[in-house]
Unconditional design. Sequence first.
Length: 339
Amino acid sequence: MISRWASLLFLTLATLAACGSQPAAAVPSVTSASPAAAGSAAGAADAGGSVTVYGALTQDGGNAFASDFEVSHPGTKVNMVVGGTGVLLSRIAAEQKAGGVKADILLLADPTAMAGFISNGLLADYQPKDAGQLPSSMRGQGWNGAFTFNNVILYRNSVAIPPKDWPDLNNPLYKGAIEIGDPSASGTSLSMFYVLSNKFGVDYFRTLRALDARVVASTATVGTDIAGGQMQVGISLDSVGRDMAKKGSPVQMVWPASGTIAVPAPLAIVKGRDSAGARSFADWLISPAGQAEAVKLGYAPAYGRSDAIPAGTKVLDVDFDQLQKDRDKTLESFSSIFS
């Protein structure tokens, strides 16, 4: 997706699928609806009784968001279909070709995907009621940031020399014990690779490859593998680190000294599916109540005070407009190192 979004969106998504994403039909639903049932339920959203969300979330996170909304909005059913960003983009592309996207709400982890959706006329022009409270960095054409993912370092308690910053992962001590996310499957990993390869050069990742760093589709997998002892260190997300801490796992989270890489979770309504239920869900997620639920689940809120990010934490800027243009080149660069 480097230019001419209308014609190149599907080429990019095909690339994503070819890089190891699951087929669209394999995306699990975290409610009782299967992917096929989710499509049927999405049709019911026109009557306001059901809302289908395609979310780049864990199953537990998706369940929790759905359940909390349903408690505060009795009579509205949320069908949450979760998966990595790459999986969901492939699903959306396939559904567009087949006649129409079956989701009412998109909640992804990659702001660079939104321009293609706008160019293809996929998104409704709707602003949630509290969108005015969002900082400019959390607002884009056709979308609003629901919360923030932050790239951090995780390590197992048994590590002799814990890393404190990104360059520390190049330590030979971690050979064969490093894990990172795949940018073709994870939107947050795409931003991570883009920023760190620009800041430290691609040799940073070549060194990781020489240390036998393992690439996995999900940043959540990085956390569970470190917790289970299969890996010792890795690059994941603050939400994953908080979940590990809540479970009592032997995993520590490090906010890198040179800066975390923050990625908004873009929320948008699909055009033609902006039912009362869909608008209510978007309103709720951006509202103080929805933000409180995001914090409870371990995400950094889109606005308002929170101790989710430690005071004094540095944040490395992500030029999402430029990353959008450089997306294909960025994925090719990563593939050339780790293929």
